[in-house]
Design a protein around this ligand. Structure first.
Ligand code: ADP
Ligand code: LRH
Length: 491
């Protein structure tokens, strides 16, 4: 019995075919594609129709392999959405969360509704691009789309809708909007009315593992395939990634390392208090009614974007090449706080990195090797800071850190992370979101008793690489200097 997982990251998407044999998971990547946002005028959009085309390509590839999947699930990055008109058509192209249209909106809404009030009701971290601020930005600009809209669907909801014709939401993604009340377990009427958005656009929110429709007949005819049930998995890719962390201990720390770095722990209840508000932690809904108590860290986006700039200038580097030249560059010269707003939007990262270093009185990195080293060391140092914060807000000491996601292919970053946190790093799986997506589909079919059995079988099926901490003194000294440069202290 084979099933399909679609995992759409901000930089690329992939389709994995999964099989369970003798309590082991086997996965085969049958399709991979880049995810290229499109800038039109001043606006940055996702190419949603191309993504839907790639979803269909995945189905065709499965068909050509002679596979008739028993189910499929889709996860993607969070917060973004499309609006559906009264006749059921998509209105406009979904905005990319890195678009500038939300500039200043979060501050305005915090001022009007109260920061504590919003956090008390949602437990969600304040990120300028959260759905609540995107919708408020559209309202402020009197977007005509709002007059035409009848439904709100997040990216996986939307792709699922294209496939099945049915509209549902899913909890791991719904919570990321900062418009969902985790304790009332429903969309938050007060916040929606606070930003002037109709409650009627928002429908039923499914738990991960629920059946959310079947491929519609027109898709079956067009592609020449049979009926396939579509499962709402943990449709927020980070929710799927955390589901796949091969942890055997009940309280564990994770770092989902891709375009973003998401670091935190899993909890049974949302942790909504003065400390989580102060340190801007989030409580996103997860599999089996768990919560992801975590913080976003800007992640490898900065390196992706620097690489794009070098490519525009005529020099192409692969990621392994960048890792190699970073290793050759001198150590511990200058750092950035990756989470400075300077680095959020698309653009010339090397100039912004130099600007940050100039402003903080540090030597300016010049060469691609120096710049890459600055980014990777800064990430490893920021991981220590956020791990310390996670220990503080969860009142728990962790023995090590589980790293998952495409970023673990950067072995230097894994080693530097172990050095920086001075604890072991257990790295794997790289395709955590897709594997978590498969695991929830198998849970829905009763193949795993619970998430812990799923994690044990994932642990038995994949190779986890262990990085032991080294060079403790040098990294300890660097951490103290990094904290002063970035102005970051835990207490
Ligand atoms: P997304 O969040 O877009 O799904 P991924 O989990 O696919 O991201 O991770 C992408 C990141 O992984 C890239 O930005 C890059 O930094 C890193 N990466 C991918 N492949 C390699 C590689 N071969 N060597 C080093 N780093 C890699
Ligand atoms: C990672 C991610 C993250 C969100 C961001 C928008 O892909 O889903 O959890 O904060 O994208």
């Amino acid at each position: 019995m084979s099933i399909l997982a679609y995992d759409l990251g901000a930089s690329s998407g992939r389709v994995l075919l999964g099989r369970l044999t003798d309590s082991r998971i086997e996965v085969e990547e049958i399709h991979r594609f880049s995810n290229d946002p499109v800038k039109v005028g001043e606006r940055l959009h996702w190419d949603i129709l191309r993504l839907y085309h790639e979803v269909q390509q995945g189905l065709l590839k499965a068909k050509h392999l002679g596979v008739n999947p028993s189910s499929l699930g889709i996860d993607s990055w969070a917060v973004d959405f499309g609006l559906i008109g009264k006749a059921g058509e998509l209105l406009g192209n979904p905005y990319h969360y890195r678009d500038w249209h939300t500039h200043g909106v979060m501050e305005e809404i915090q001022e009007r509704l109260g920061k504590e009030y919003i956090f008390q009701r949602t437990g969600i971290q304040f990120l300028t691009f959260n759905t609540i601020y995107q919708l408020a930005a559209m309202r402020n600009k009197r977007s005509p789309l709002l007059e035409q809209a009848a439904h709100f669907l997040m990216i996986p909801d939307l792709l699922r809708y294209f496939l099945t014709g049915e509209m549902y939401h899913e909890i791991s993604n719904a919570t990321s909007t900062q418009l969902y009340h985790p304790l009332q377990q429903d969309w938050d009427d007060e916040l929606l009315s606070g930003i002037g958005i109709p409650r009627s656009w928002f429908g039923k929110v499914l738990e991960p593992g629920s059946v959310a429709g079947t491929i519609r007949s027109s898709v079956m005819t067009d592609l020449g395939i049979g009926a396939i049930p579509v499962i709402a998995v943990a449709e927020h890719d980070t929710g799927s990634a955390v589901a796949a962390v091969p942890a055997l201990e009940r309280s564990f720390a994770y770092l989902s390392c891709g375009t973003w770095s998401l670091m935190g722990t899993e909890t049974a209840q949302p942790v909504i208090n003065a400390d989580t508000l102060r340190f801007n932690f989030t409580n996103e809904g997860g599999v089996a009614r768990t919560y992801r108590l975590l913080k976003n860290i800007m992640g490898l986006w900065i390196l992706q974007e620097a690489r794009r700039e070098w490519e525009r200038e005529g020099t192409s580097y692969s990621f392994p090449e960048l890792v190699h030249i970073a290793e050759q560059a001198p150590a511990f010269i200058s750092w950035i706080d990756p989470d400075d707003e300077l680095f959020l939007h698309a653009g010339d990262m090397k100039t912004r990195i130099r600007q940050y270093c100039r402003n903080t009185g540090q030597p300016l990195p010049e060469t691609p090797g120096q710049i890459t080293r600055c980014i990777l060391e800064s990430l490893a140092l920021k991981y220590r800071y956020v791990l310390e914060l996670t220990e503080h807000v969860s009142v728990h000491r962790f023995n090590g850190l589980h790293m998952v996601g495409g970023g673990i292919q950067n072995r230097l970053l894994c080693q530097w992370t172990a050095n920086s946190i001075q604890k072991p790093v257990w790295a794997g799986p790289a395709e955590a979101s897709a594997i978590g997506n498969l695991a929830v589909q198998w849970m829905a079919r009763g193949k795993f008793a619970d998430i812990w059995e799923a994690r044990r079988i994932i642990a038995d099926s994949i190779a986890v690489e262990v990085y032991e901490p080294a060079e403790s003194e040098a990294w300890e000294d660097a951490y103290g200097r990094f904290q002063r440069v970035a102005g970051l202290f835990v207490h």
